[in-house]
Design a protein. Structure first.
Ligand code: R5P
Length: 313
């Protein structure tokens, strides 16, 4: 259908793109993506991509708005260079929390971003754990959403932990946490959380389930300020938990979140590399698991027309 496979990266997470290419046993495509002194982004593809099946790896991670523009401009450059098919590989889909009009006169930026990516010329999207699965419907092109839940649960399974309870950080996230609990064959508890308007502060109002005397594993899709995880850890410990470990897929860790979590009673934070973890956010308490082989396998399946869903059966 399309000639050979090609993987390119913007500046958001070249390390992940390199790891994906290592898992695919192929070189990363050659492309310059840089900013002029007037902050205009420029892209130049340094090899022929005519008719090729192009995958552009670019999580919408910090600096978020630059990552967006780089992705859009790269898609445009590949389209104009006659790529056969262009897949935007966004291991983290930013603006995912802006997915509904839940206050008067606010945008739905997750939808706007989807429109921009399509208008730029993407033919497909490959992503990992959207903040809400419904975001898939903002696109009119095929979206493959992978999940890193099994990457996290495999890590904990191998440690053969006893007397564990998985704790969801809110009712909306209970489905994801229940999947991890099922994989680990442990009970589930849920925090009833409240966020005030657009404030980034969170209160854990109550906890549904039993954590007394248990090792608690708090599972979330993303950590921004750390407010949610810290409030969940506090309420679990207050209710008699023996220890608290936290896990999340997308470690945004904005502001001083990494330091706050690592300085708290949370014993370990397990995350994935869907977005980069810069040196100032690293800590011996933080374990990073890679999603590169998962994304690599999905790319192979998309390229060869095999089922992506089978990966999770
Ligand atoms: C909320 O719905 C999400 O699952 C996370 O709990 C939230 O995005 C984490 O944000 P923060 O770390 O700022 O509390």
């Amino acid at each position: 259908m399309f000639s050979d496979l090609a993987v390119f990266t913007g500046n958001a997470h070249p390390e992940l793109a390199e790891s994906i290419c290592r898992s695919l046993e192929m070189p990363l495509g050659q492309c310059d993506v840089f900013e002029f002194s007037n902050e205009n982004i420029f892209v130049r593809i340094l090899e022929n991509v005519r008719s090729r099946d192009v995958f552009i790896v670019q999580p919408i991670s910090s600096p978020v708005n630059r990552s967006v523009m780089e992705l859009l401009i790269m898609i445009d450059a590949f389209k104009r260079a006659s790529a056969g098919r262009i897949t935007a590989v966004m291991p983290y889909y930013g603006y995912g929390r802006s997915d509904k009009k839940d206050q008067p006169r606010v945008p739905i930026t997750a939808r706007l971003l989807a429109n921009l990516i399509e208008t730029a010329g993407a033919d497909r999207v490959l992503t990992v754990d959207l903040h809400a699965g419904q975001i898939q419907g903002f696109f009119n092109i095929p979206v493959d959403e992978l999940t890193a839940l099994y990457t996290l649960s495999r890590y904990f399974k191998e440690r053969d932990l006893a007397e564990v309870t998985v704790l969801a950080t809110d009712v909306g996230d209970a489905k994801r946490a229940r999947n991890i609990a099922r994989q680990l064959d442990t009970p589930l508890a849920i925090v009833d959380k409240e966020r005030m308007g657009n404030e980034e502060t969170v209160s854990a109002l109550s906890l549904i389930g039993e954590v007394d005397g248990r090792h608690v594993l708090i599972a979330d899709d993303e950590i921004l300020t750390g407010g949610t995880i810290l409030a969940a850890a506090r309420i679990a410990l207050d209710r008699g938990a023996r220890s608290v470990t936290a896990a999340c897929i997308h470690p945004i860790l904005s502001g001083g979140a990494a330091a706050k979590i690592c300085g708290s009673d949370i014993e370990e934070l397990v995350v994935t590399d869907t977005i980069p973890l810069p040196p100032e956010k690293r800590d011996p308490k933080i374990t990073v698991l890679t999603v590169a082989p998962l994304i690599g396998e999905a790319i192979t399946r998309i390229h060869t027309g095999q089922s992506v869903g089978e990966l999770f059966q």
